[in-house]
Design a protein around this ligand. Structure first.
Ligand code: KG4
Ligand code: ZN
Length: 354
């Protein structure tokens, strides 16, 4: 579609937060089990609201059909509160952005249809955003921000990637998982330990009181900058099966040490590859992103590696690590400036290619 980008002071509106507001974007994220809406003005996040779906807890994982239904219930109130918090109305926004891929197709469809309907009804441009690119771009929300080029380790529930960011418009995946994602390794290990979904945050919590060297789990040897995490859950499973034969309360008695050891293994795998990526590219500004970047152990390990190896490290605020619409909004901001608009015929896609 043919829309001219607004320059910051044209279209400027008076803002209840003081000053004048330029390019204003409403963004919607609905790729998995969080319904989120955010408003970004001139590259600054004015609001970011997230409705979590607790319904999946009792099933031990996200149930796609239930996620779609919950998105349908949540989307209007979440968008409404994002607009109100930012002091905007639908009429005062300049574009509508949504997560186009990857994700659960039914969940993506709710956000995509909602965004497309708004774009059509309001006659405003539509911007399609790739969820994994947006996780990387979350590092450009708050100061201090990395400058280009930088490396980003994106670790989420569905993906593990090392991305070389040469510019906003030139992001390259230079390494990725060949099987499970780091988040899956946390969640599946947690499930084996009898913890509810999503287990990542709980492993993080219990690990803080445990000994990371108490138990040793296998670290796979994967070439280049790629990862493999599927062996870890099997290693945890076999280890526990053997120990439970000797003591059926082994997990309860050792939960903190088990969590600390699993977390230590995952972090070790991630940091080793990150060091390799820095060595290969010569790029020493290093970011992390995605749900697993909320992990306190990973955040500390990145800082430690940075201090030891003289990297500049960047970690998004917690609210911008797990799925959120603010990262969709910031990505859309740059897409708008580059006139990357989507046609109303665009469909969401569950696939991850970008
Ligand atoms: O990015 P995200 O919110 O959703 C996807 O795009 O997948 O990531 C969700 C993943 C889940 O696997 C969850 O267990 C993990 O991030 N996670 C954590 C922590 N917080 C969320 N893993 C470890 N420690 C945490 N504190
Ligand atoms: Zn995500």
């Amino acid at each position: 579609m043919n829309y001219e980008p607004v320059l910051n002071n044209e279209h400027a509106q008076s803002s209840p937060f003081g000053g004048r507001r330029g390019l204003t974007i409403l963004a919607i994220e609905s790729s998995c089990d969080e319904t989120s809406a955010a408003i970004c003005a001139d590259g600054k996040i004015l609001s970011n609201h997230i409705a979590n779906q607790t319904i999946h807890e009792k099933y031990g994982g996200v149930v796609p059909e239930l996620a779609s239904r919950a998105h349908m219930q949540n989307i209007v109130p979440v968008v409404d509160i994002a607009l109100k918090t930012a002091g905007c109305t639908l009429e005062t926004i300049d574009a509508i952005a949504f997560t186009q891929a990857p994700g659960l197709i039914g969940s993506l469809l709710v956000g995509a249809q909602f965004a497309k309907s708004l774009a059509l009804a309001l006659n405003k441009p539509l911007i399609a955003v790739h969820h994994m690119q947006a996780h990387v771009m979350a590092n450009l929300i708050d100061d201090p921000k990395p400058t280009f080029p930088f490396i980003c380790l994106t670790v989420s529930g569905g993906h593990t990637q090392i991305v070389l960011a040469n510019s906003v418009y030139d992001l390259k995946v230079i390494g990725e998982s060949i099987d499970d994602a780091a988040g899956e390794a946390f969640d599946k290990s947690a499930k084996i330990l009898g913890l509810p979904y999503p287990g990542g945050p709980l492993i993080d919590k219990y690990a803080q009181q445990g000994n990371p060297l108490a138990f040793k789990f296998a670290e796979p040897q994967i070439p280049e900058l790629n990862f493999s995490f599927s062996g870890l859950k099997t290693s945890v499973l076999y280890f526990l099966q053997a120990r439970k034969k000797e003591d059926e309360h082994f997990i309860e008695k050792n939960l903190h040490d088990l969590c600390a050891s699993v977390q230590y293994t995952i972090i070790n795998i991630l940091i080793k590859k990150l060091k390799k990526a820095v060595k290969q590219t010569g790029v020493t500004q290093v970011c992390i992103a995605g749900g697993v970047s909320a992990n306190s152990g990973l955040r500390k390990a990145l800082q430690k590696a940075g201090e030891e190896l003289n990297w500049q490290t960047f970690i998004p605020a917690f609210e911008y690590c797990t799925d959120n619409a603010a990262m969709i909004a910031i990505t859309a901001h740059y897409k708008y400036l580059n006139k990357e608009f989507a046609d109303l015929s665009i469909s969401p896609s569950a696939r991850a290619e970008w």
